[in-house]
Design a protein around this ligand. Sequence first.
Ligand SMILES: Cc1ncc(COP(=O)(O)O)c(C=O)c1O
Length: 302
Amino acid sequence: MLLKFPAETVPIQEIPTDYNIKLFIKREDLIHPQISGNKYWKLFYNVNNYLENHPESPYLITFGGAYSNHIAAVSAVGNLAGIPTLGLIRGEELANKWRDNPTLLFAKRNGMNLKFVSREEYRHKEKLTEFLQNEFPHALIIPEGGTNKEAVAGVKMMLNDQTKDFDYLCTAVGTGGTVSGIAEFCEENQKVIGFKVVDDASLENKILELTSMRNLNLIDSCFGGYGKIKDETIRFINDFKEKYGIPLEPVYTGKMMQKVFELIHEGYFPENSRVLCFHTGGLQGIEGANLLLEKQNRNLII
Ligand SMILES: Cc1ncc(COP(=O)(O)O)c(C=O)c1O
């Protein structure tokens, strides 16, 4: 088993608010230094089951954008296990610029072979997957963001006896695997809120394929669009770190927490609610975000 159940569970920390709400954050970002947050659990069964069945010539292939936390995590898995990895990266223009991108540099240093594909090709990932699976019949091809049924099963391990004690469970939503796992395996009386950071109309249907969604509410938390960073989000993330000592990144967890505070302020949660947010990691993305912000002469994430 390459990815193991950690001996200790990650801490759940209280975030004091000025309201009659009990707010907490579960630090899944601390689970592993390189395969952090939800990535660890989404890859858990995908990788472990595959490696158990393919002891000879294993090969991991996956997809992602220029700053993808998933690409970083899969490359780290490859490095840890000593197995080759291939990352299909969205955007041909990156072929000559990957050295300037901390995520792609990290993946390369982990031994990942990067292949840059046009946005049009990337849009037809199913075709690419079919082609690659024919080409490399023994390879494990992990979908974008690592989201599939195995990922959903792995997310179950983000829940434990302590998480049963909350009325609301909150997580950021990109490809939908994490929120599906939480909705699928939480207690019946718990409400799940997915904070959508991507404006994707097909997301709800994708989530419906992964979970019965019985107690799940999706809330728009795009703040200008996927990967777009507003000044107010930078301010929020920097204040949050200063006040509570907890780092957030600007694409997923920063936007989720910002929206959670907006909801608290608007009175969305009934008085005395116990609200738990999952810190899903992705802090490796801060460096790349800061490089872009610097070019735009804007404040950086501390
Ligand atoms: C840090 C972080 N949080 C949340 C998510 C959203 O997870 P999902 O794609 O399972 O919806 C991602 C994407 O995997 C992520 O990298």
